[in-house]
Design a protein around this ligand. Structure first.
Ligand SMILES: Cc1cc2nc3c(=O)[nH]c(=O)nc-3n(C[C@H](O)[C@H](O)[C@H](O)COP(=O)(O)O)c2cc1C
Length: 158
């Protein structure tokens, strides 16, 4: 089986997940969204959360997928609950065109950068107050347990 791993990662969290998948499977393409990645039958698509979904580059890539097996993975910063992971994963899954098959999905928390935390504190203080404990927790992720969870989900899908 031929695998591609396509991901976006600004501060390295999602890149850690992509690297773990690649160490496990050995993909023929690992990197940013690219048409070259479309040569594989199974495509792992990795995102970092923004506005409760994925970034525009990943959205544009997902919209190009046709007749692929797709595994969605991502890191999110603002909460560390299964309900939150599921909500964001569902938003990203909803972008996958109907000709594809979603074979699995996984999300975990990822460290929110100092810069983004500072920006939240200044621009939306109520929101910052409400999630500041979650932001503090985020610095410990993705950790070994998160990577184990990812690899279990990958093994269940492949
Ligand atoms: C501009 C910006 C917007 C973000 N929006 C969200 C969001 O809506 N929900 C969330 O849970 N995390 C949000 N985050 C946190 C990141 O998704 C999270 O820290 C992620 O692990 C970053 O992954 P990366 O290191 O691969 O870039 C945001 C971060 C930035 C910089």
């Amino acid at each position: 089986m031929n695998y591609s791993i396509v991901y976006s990662s600004v501060t390295g969290n999602t890149a850690k997940l992509a690297e773990a998948i690649n160490n496990h499977l050995g993909a023929s393409y690992v990197g940013k969204p690219s048409n070259e990645a479309l040569n594989a039958d199974v495509i792992f698509v990795g995102f970092w959360a923004t506005k409760n979904s994925c970034s525009a580059d990943i959205q544009a890539f997902i919209e190009k997928l046709t007749n692929k097996k797709v595994f969605i993975f991502g890191t999110v910063g603002y909460d560390n609950t299964d309900a939150y992971f599921e909500e964001i994963l569902n938003n990203v899954k909803a972008l996958v065109p109907a000709s594809n098959t979603i074979i699995g999905a996984y999300a975990c928390q990822g460290k929110v950068s100092e810069k983004k935390q500072e920006q939240l504190r200044e621009a939306v203080p109520e929101k910052y107050e409400a999630i500041k404990n979650n932001l503090a927790e985020s610095v410990h992720h993705p950790n070994e347990k998160d990577i184990d969870g990812l690899l279990s989900a990958v093994k269940a899908a492949i």
